[in-house]
Design a protein around this ligand. Sequence first.
Ligand code: PRX
Length: 654
Amino acid sequence: MKETTTWVVADPDQEDMFWPSEAMKQRAWMSDPSIYEESDKDPVAFWEKLAREGLHWYKEWDTAYNEAPPYFTWFQGGRLNASYNCLDRHVKTWRRNKVAIIGVREPIDEPAQSLTYYDLYREVNKFANVLKSLGVGRGDRVSIYLPMIPEAQIAMLACARLGAPHSVVFSAFAPDSLRSRIEDAGSKVLITCDGYYRRGRPVNLKNNADDAVEGTTIEDVIVFRRTGQEVNWVEDRDHWWHELMAEADPYCEPEVMDSEETLYILYTSGTTGKPKGVIHTTGGHMVQAHWTTLWDFDLHDEDVFWCTADIGWVTGHTYNVYGPLSVGATQIFFEGAPDFPDRSRVWQIVENHGVTVFYTAPTLIRMFAGWGDEWLKKHDLSGLRLLATVGEPINREAWMWFFNKVGGGRCPVIDTWWQTETGGTLINALPGIGPFIPTVAGRSFPGTRHEILDEQGNPLGVGEGGLLVQKSPFGPGMLRGVYGDPEMYKDNYWTEYGDRTYYTGDGARLFIEDNFRITGRVDDVMKVAGHRLSSAEVENAVCGHPQVAECAVVAAPHDIKGTTPYAFVRLSEGEPSEELAKEIITHVVKALGPTCRPEKILFADALPRTRSGKIMRRILQRLVSDEPIGDTVTIENPESVDTLKALVGYRDKS
Ligand code: PRX
């Protein structure tokens, strides 16, 4: 029987504005708009209530919130364990035999692997004992380099059980990227696999891992056998996952952690060439993961949630592990690609596994829309109740396509703004409250406060574009530091407007009162297909090519990916050619991985620079975006701009 309930209604007065229907309001965990005003009166008391109601604590905190700018703490003195909250408390209830994870496999003829909460509990306990047997204990860092297989979640939760912070590295990153993250974290153990399947073909991951760990602090490498392909083996250092698991005891007592002890480190790209190890703590992260999962996605026990993010990014951490498992949800974990064996793969999974809540990135939505509606039409999507997006600004066309074609005009689209640093969503509409407006993320999550400031720090009203900041008290899930680099922490987030205002690096404007439209990064961080890259990191890789004298990388607009890297290159030797451009691109992919691939190499004799010799990336940015170049008096060599205009085919939009 087809589901006919409509979960949203159109606003009669405003085009493109939608509200929850009565059915949605009744279904939603949160449908009372007064929550915003109530939580704002005393945000700390509000979060304390949520912390008590949402999680199991061995002991309640002594201090709910404390600020010593630019540092702050939540629930200090409170004791809990994240894996206990995701597993043990569910196996003590009827959810023991509820499916926690449906691992949808590749190759496609391999059946999906369903793990109940009890299955997951046993695997995590055993794997925690495996790690323990290798000497991993509280505070030790463990690196994880795994594809989208449930062993990734098992490994993360096992670390959490021991109080050992994990550092998950995206499996498409190149060996050098893994190595630098291992070195920075000082990890003792790496967890990886022999390989994985991509569009039906096995990809060797162990070779990358071998290259990365050579000469680092890694003492042991645990290898999960996924493909069965031949791999290099280093005796005494490498261990098969299944062999260690066969010997492991079934129960491991969870470590009793202070709320402020580190749950994980996650490296992300900043404005420098060096990735930052963002620190997330146990209590705050769990509280934010739990409540944002429940309220944003409105998950109930009958739902099947699918967040398509990779486990290597923060969305994979918060909404493929800690959030959904904390609330006891059933989720899809998909190993494959959206276009294999054909372009209806995603919709086939939605239909076959009864997905009700679907969370994805605007780039994917634009790609699906570009493939045409026929792929969707092959499948019954009427079980979907709620759609959500993350990672980059969504354009109106993509939003409307998602809403109308995927959601059949029935489902709210929740556009969630957040960052690796924020640990969980912070700005979005709530499904039982609304409104849902294309290109507008929505309101600050209850208990948090954001503002838009001009460059002098004055708050801006409706319609004026400025910089997005967060005000105290900061969300409990916010980062607590940058691993091993307190200066980076201060410089990045707490200097622009002082140490009491968190600077996001994003531009925004208020569309209507309280409702934020996020316009994108204003710093040298690029968002490419939702992935976060640093201009400086890609520049370092380009400059690593022996024929490159200097380069500047900027984000150029792209119809599907939102933006894409263009590299302006001045050569030290040789002549520009297509072959050389390809060689430079290959060089970057080898150094950083395919996500960092420059779309274009633009050879130039001179790049615009300041009197002090700094390349003016901002001018290049405007050139590739066809934006007005503005004042050129500060450019030492303004004639270079005219040459570059011809090179990029510049068309001034003004
Ligand atoms: O520019 C914003 C953009 O993604 C950045 C954070 O990237 P990352 O740390 O990789 O985390 C992505 C997943 C949370 C932000 O600074 N961004 C994220 N969500 C949105 C967004 N831009 C516009 N709208 C969003 N919903």
